[in-house]
Design a protein around this ligand. Structure first.
Ligand code: SF4
Length: 358
């Protein structure tokens, strides 16, 4: 295994100034990192050779390399990325259409991009519907490995540093189980001289570690949260997400109520719809009741079967009936497009497929 050096993407600008002199060079380096997406020290043209040599003893620049990518017909690109120690994880580039209105009142569609980042190699939560869980837990990602996913994908898609992007912490791993590094990545993304991605554009999606939801709230980073709820009673939720035994539905709902939420925004509840498990109107009814005191939005997701799973994809009719019930009872609800359905769409599938090749 090669030596793991910290990456320049691990640090805020202030933290780099504490380590690298003179300070004005850090500003230049920051420009190379976030405006030019430098891959290595060679790329940093106006930095003196002696300083680059000194820095390369202690740091690396981008700790990630692209091992594989799969592009879907809808513009979704799934990346398999390799780290310094040879471990791999995934990041996804999502293209969505956003309706805009120009000055003359004409409605037009504009592409909107979101990057879905991983926070761990593997995961400890062990959801029974998840392919990542099958491989167990290997290690947390460093803040730099989280930040570098966004830099690497923006670079690969020629997406200029100042073009807007949303980040969801929703790839492999449970972000709140790696809270310190996720919080550091959030701060680095927010840096004005860097990518300047505000908290409002960052969403931490959690399987519901209720005590850590409180901790994230106390950090007051201005981010959104999304909750993978998936079930309305503890029995089914514990079957799908074993960790629910320690963090039950009630504890999650109470933690969400305490979370400092931008009053104009809604908390997203993800609900993975599985045929004959949680796709009935009785479940929809319970969901309405459960979320009645929260400014919530529900995102229904089709379960995407993968080889070996005991679960099935719900029918379109059941999905729509579920959505209709929620809408009729005043709960905002969308059905997520199955982005990347023609590629390896469930989390962990690309990694699984490529494993034998690297
Ligand atoms: S669904 Fe998410 S939280 Fe659950 S095991 Fe998979 S990666 Fe972990």
């Amino acid at each position: 295994m090669s030596e793991m050096k910290p990456s320049l993407y691990d640090y805020t600008q202030k933290e780099l100034i504490e380590q690298i002199k003179p300070a004005f060079r850090v500003k230049q380096i920051y420009g190379w990192l976030y405006h030019h997406y430098a891959e290595n020290f060679e790329d940093m043209k106006n930095i003196p050779k002696a300083l680059k040599e000194e820095l390369s003893e202690k740091f690396i620049v981008n700790p990630l390399s692209i091992v594989n990518k799969e592009e879907s017909s809808d513009g979704t690109i799934k990346y398999l990325l390799q780290m310094q120690d040879g471990k791999t994880m995934e990041a996804v580039w999502l293209k969505m259409k956003d309706q805009q209105i120009d000055e003359s009142g004409n409605v037009y569609q504009e592409a909107k991009y979101t990057i879905c980042v991983s926070t761990q190699v593997g995961c400890k939560v062990g959801c029974t519907f998840c392919l990542t869980a099958k491989g167990g837990f290997t290690r947390d990602l460093s803040a730099g490995e989280i930040v570098a996913q966004v830099v690497t994908l923006k670079r690969d898609n020629n997406h200029k540093y100042d073009r807007k992007i949303n980040i969801v912490y929703m790839g492999m791993g449970e972000p709140l189980d790696n809270l310190n590094n996720v919080a550091q990545a959030i701060k680095v993304f927010k840096e004005e001289d860097g990518l300047s991605i505000g908290g409002k554009r960052q969403t931490v999606s959690t399987s519901g570690l209720s005590t850590k939801i409180d901790k994230l709230g106390e950090m007051d980073l201005g981010v959104h949260i999304a909750i993978s709820l998936h079930a309305v009673d503890d029995e089914l939720r514990s079957e799908l997400i074993p960790m629910n035994k320690a963090h039950n539905i009630n504890s999650i709902i109470e933690a969400v109520k305490r979370f400092p939420i931008d009053t104009r925004k809604r908390v997203m509840f993800e609900y993975l719809v599985i045929k004959d498990k949680n796709d009935d109107i009785g479940s929809a009814k319970k969901l309405v009741k459960l979320l009645s005191d929260i400014k919530a939005k529900v995102n229904l997701i089709y379960f995407n079967p993968y080889p070996g799973t005991p679960y099935d994809r719900p029918t379109r009719a059941d999905m729509v009936a579920f959505q209709d019930y929620l809408l009729k009872h005043g709960l905002l609800c969308t059905i997520r497009d199955s982005k990347g359905i023609d590629i390896s769409a469930a989390c962990g599938q690309l990694k699984e497929k490529t494993q034998g090749e690297i």
